[in-house]
Design a protein around this ligand. Structure first.
Ligand code: AMP
Length: 381
């Protein structure tokens, strides 16, 4: 292998995000996004990937450039099959395709991205990095739902967890911020973006996470309900006359903050709360209540918590969410410094007081760097 650059591709259902990272000097020579796939000039994923290749070529950074060592693909669902990044082969592509029933919204686009990129550069090593992989260490006691075992196993119904690339990166970066080896630190990571999940990481190893079979379980999210009594679904079907599709759409797209108050953006909710808007206030309160329940639960799971890390769009930017989530937890050894918390900054930083037993941190996530690093490690091994 000659080059030191990795192209990271994140092929979503309607967009392809890309970043070119140079592992030798940490620079990012190119990045961009092709949006609205299927809606106009960009007919499909093949056209989108072609556009990415053209944009890179226009900057002299084309897929044929000798500096390019590998392509790293974000893949959402690795099932129980993939617990580590995988060098892509025909067999690996087939295995990822077999997992489509578990992630019907995500894996098809991921597979298409892989196929098109391989067709463009068949000789270049390509690596799949899975959103579920970091959570594969979760013990059976946390991963299994308490349902009939044979039925669960037949259909793959268990808790896989998502956002793993972010949880892995942020838990390591939190240990680094504390000047410690990840093996010495127990961390609760709160990934609060439009999708939201939390994980409990003991000594660098994930032991619990809030998303489950799909990214619907757990925290209140931008448009997803998070935890709900599964019998609510039967009720909506039998009594409400709703179809499976309608309930799926309700819980994934018309719930969470958006369902509660009409807005899924925490900035807008904050603005409305400032005007005394009751619906926005209630949405915020429900969001915070759920978050605090998980912090309490994961404190018990870990036994000893050294750090709590806030990340992603809301976690990195909303001082109000962090303040409300951590308020009155001195009995847990958690004390946030109001001034540090209110400071706006894009860097990794502590927001806890000097006397707080638990370090509370804001750690900007960097999934592209994590994917590029894992990809580069694999192809240079
Ligand atoms: P992500 O999915 O990580 O990109 O996060 C996106 C979400 O972050 C948006 O929907 C907003 O709710 C939230 N967000 C971004 N910037 C801010 C901000 N300055 N204050 C509060 N929330 C923000």
């Amino acid at each position: 292998m000659n080059g030191s650059r990795v192209l990271v591709l994140n092929s979503g259902s309607s967009s392809v995000k890309y970043q070119l990272l140079d592992m030798a000097d940490g620079s990012r020579p190119a990045f961009g996004i092709v949006e609205r796939i299927g809606e106009g000039p960009v007919a499909d994923h093949a056209a989108a990937l072609k556009q990415v290749a053209d944009e890179l070529a226009a900057q002299g950074l084309g897929l044929d450039s000798p500096e390019l060592a590998a392509v790293g693909h974000r893949v959402v669902h690795g099932g129980t099959r993939f617990t580590e990044p995988a060098l892509i082969t025909d067999e690996v592509v087939e295995e990822i395709e077999k997992l489509i029933p578990l992630a019907p919204l995500h894996n098809p686009a991921n597979v298409t991205g892989i196929k098109v990129a391989r067709a463009l550069r068949p000789d270049l090593p390509q690596v799949a990095v899975f959103d579920t992989a970091f959570h594969s260490t979760i013990p059976e006691a946390a991963a299994r739902y308490a349902i009939d075992v044979a039925t669960a196993d037949r259909w793959g119904v268990r808790r896989y967890g998502f956002h793993g690339t972010s949880h892995a990166y942020v838990s390591r970066a939190t240990a680094a911020l504390l000047g410690k080896d990840p093996a010495e630190v127990n961390t609760i990571v709160l990934h609060l973006g439009n999708g939201a999940s939390t994980s409990a990481v003991r000594g660098g190893v994930c032991v619990e996470t809030s998303m489950g079979l799909t990214p619907l379980e757990g925290l209140v999210m931008g448009t997803r309900s998070g935890d709900i009594d599964p019998a609510a679904i039967f009720h909506l079907s039998r009594v409400g006359g709703m179809s499976t599709e309608e309930i799926d759409t309700l819980l994934n797209k018309r719930s969470g903050l958006a369902g509660l108050c009409g807005d899924n953006d925490m900035r807008e909710i904050g603005r409305r709360m400032g005007e005394g808007d009751q619906a926005a206030q209630l949405a915020f309160d429900i969001y915070i209540h759920r978050l605090r329940k998980y912090v309490g639960a994961y404190t018990a799971v870990l036994g000893r918590v050294d750090a709590i890390a806030f990340t992603a769009g809301v976690g990195e930017n909303s001082a109000a969410v962090r303040e409300a989530a951590m308020r009155d937890l001195t009995a847990f050894g958690i004390e946030v410094d109001g001034v540090r918390n209110a400071l706006r900054s894009a860097t990794t930083r502590l927001i806890s007081t000097e006397s707080s037993r638990v370090a509370v941190a804001v750690v900007p996530t960097d999934e592209e760097l994590e994917i590029a690093g894992r990809t580069f490690d694999l192809v240079s091994a």
